[in-house]
Design a protein around this ligand. Structure first.
Ligand SMILES: Nc1nc2c(ncn2[C@@H]2O[C@H](COP(=O)(O)OP(=O)(O)OP(=O)(O)O)[C@@H](O)[C@H]2O)c(=O)[nH]1
Ligand SMILES: Nc1nc2c(ncn2[C@@H]2O[C@H](COP(=O)(O)OP(=O)(O)OP(=O)(O)O)[C@@H](O)[C@H]2O)c(=O)[nH]1
Length: 447
């Protein structure tokens, strides 16, 4: 489970600079997920093998009741609800100001761990930090987001903070849920597409156990169930509402929960409503899934409500709008009437098997050689790249690493051709496939 950090502070203290540093830091960035909502940015960062999700927020003025600052403050409150740890940033060059005290009082009410960070501290006397002890939230971290001072220490420190769900996962009965025998399936989609209905249909008689992660409603809900002798963990965010006494903010759709579910899953189900056009929110979620490299089934629900002569048009329309998800499998179901549920479950198995496929070096190399034979790469500036052999560099999604010489001259078209060729040859379905090129160090050596 990845902890979620939220950056909070007055305008201009350096939140965005810190966000960029954390999501792009040296060992870092997988993806930056901009602009799902106007005022919040979500990203993922790494330190060593540990990763975390981070939310940037707009400036925070708890006392303002109107206008754009009020809007931003509402967004920030929502981000706080979704987070595990609050990173409260203050400006070391300005020193402690009244506004910081107001924000501290406000943050305390959330009950979440707060980490105080004094930014812009590259050239300042460390005694300035003494003033900030007055806030009563413990030892501050002294950093410079712009120049990188103190960042590594700061991160290592916060990632050791014990979070409620960590305690939870120590519970014996669930220790095996990370085991490979369970296929982890996340069901995501905007409100009202039928997530709860589908989950109830799937769990129906097959339910083994359902549990909430602590803080009950904040994290996704996981249910373990069996279907045709296979075991699944369903990760869902349906129907999750949290009315927090302090904040009184409820958001029907939670980006963070969706993102977390996607990152935890082996197979992601993007649920759509056949009665509605594909919206910007659907596309945003689809983009998340695409970026995450997870296998994907686009599942169009409420198919029962579409009359027969409309079905083909709707199918084509959806596929056209989501054509960037060329690897995805499409299913058309009715969660209420249980239509096509069997084939939907079969799709999950296929897609999962594809994502964890094991490919031997000789098999991939054979496929590579026959792909080149059918269609060799073009010359670029009189140079022809030479592809020699390939091996599997990872699973879920499968990664194929191709070795050779002068591979930087391989164009995107040829890369796409290879992707398609491997996809067909290995009968992959529903999983993205990644190709990486590794050139020999000395391109002039002839082998
Ligand atoms: N000297 C110094 N300047 C910094 C540091 N971090 C950020 N800044 C500068 O502070 C200014 C504000 O930084 P932002 O990251 O945009 O601040 P913010 O808190 O996201 O601001 P809002 O989006 O308005 O809330 C920019 O000019 C940054 O270059 C730092 O560590 N040292
Ligand atoms: N016709 C038809 N209606 C459906 C189907 N599945 C769900 N619905 C209806 O769609 C509405 C929304 O279903 P929910 O299961 O609550 O949707 P949800 O995605 O869980 O919604 P949130 O919990 O708000 O995120 C309900 O009125 C369901 O009865 C279906 O297969 N066919």
């Amino acid at each position: 489970m990845k902890p979620v950090l939220v950056l909070v502070g007055r305008p201009n203290v350096g939140k965005s600079t810190l966000f960029n540093r954390l999501t792009n830091s040296r060992d870092a960035l997988v993806a930056n997920y901009p602009g799902l909502t106007r005022d919040r940015h979500y990203g993922e960062g790494y330190i060593g093998k540990k990763s975390f999700i981070i939310i940037d927020t707009g400036g925070f003025e708890p006392e303002v009741k109107k206008g754009i600052m009020h809007e931003m403050t509402k967004q920030t409150k929502q981000a706080i609800i979704e987070s595990d740890i609050i990173i409260f940033i203050v400006d070391g060059r300005q020193g402690l100001v009244e506004q910081d005290k107001l924000i501290t009082n406000f943050l305390r009410k959330s009950g979440q761990p707060i980490v105080l960070v004094i930014n812009k501290s590259e050239n300042i006397n460390s005694s300035i930090s003494l003033d900030f002890y007055e806030l009563g939230i413990g030892n501050p971290h002294i950093i410079s987001a712009l120049y990188g001072n103190g960042i590594k220490n700061f991160l290592e420190n916060i990632l050791t903070i014990e979070l409620p769900y960590k305690k939870f996962f120590k519970k014996k009965e669930f220790t095996n849920i990370h085991s490979i025998e369970y296929i982890k399936v996340a069901i995501v989609g905007k409100p009202n597409v039928g997530k709860s209905t589908l989950i109830n249909s799937l769990l129906g008689e097959n339910r083994v156990i359902t549990y909430d992660t602590p803080g009950t409603t904040r994290d996704s809900i996981k249910s373990l169930f069996e279907y045709n002798n296979k075991k699944y963990i369903l990760i869902d965010t349906a129907g999750i509402r949290r009315r927090n006494k302090t904040f009184e903010v409820i958001e029907k759709f939670s980006v963070i929960k969706t993102l977390k579910s996607i990152l935890e899953a082996n197979v992601v189900i993007l649920l759509l409503d056949a009665q509605q056009n594909i919206s910007a929110q659907d596309i945003n979620i689809a983009n998340f899934i695409y970026e995450s490299g997870r296998s994907l089934i686009v599942c169009v629900n409420k198919w029962d409500s579409i009359i027969h002569n409309q079905r083909k048009i709707i199918k084509n329309n959806i596929k056209k709008k989501l054509n960037f998800l060329s690897f995805a499998m499409f299913n058309f179901i009715s969660a209420i009437k249980l239509n096509n549920i069997n084939s939907f479950m079969e799709s999950i198995n296929h897609v999962y098997d594809s994502s964890i496929i094991h490919l031997s070096t000789s098999r991939i190399t054979r496929a590579l050689i026959s792909a080149i034979k059918n269609h060799p790469p073009c010359r670029k500036k009189l140079i022809r790249p030479k592809l020699r052999y390939a091996h599997q560099g990872g699973k879920n999604p499968p990664i194929i690493v191709i070795h050779g010489n002068r591979l930087k001259y391989i164009g995107n078209d040829y890369k796409r051709y290879l992707e398609k060729y491997f996809y067909r040859t290995f009968s992959l379905i529903g999983t993205p496939l990644k190709i990486e090129f590794r050139s020999n160090i000395n391109p002039y050596i002839k082998i």
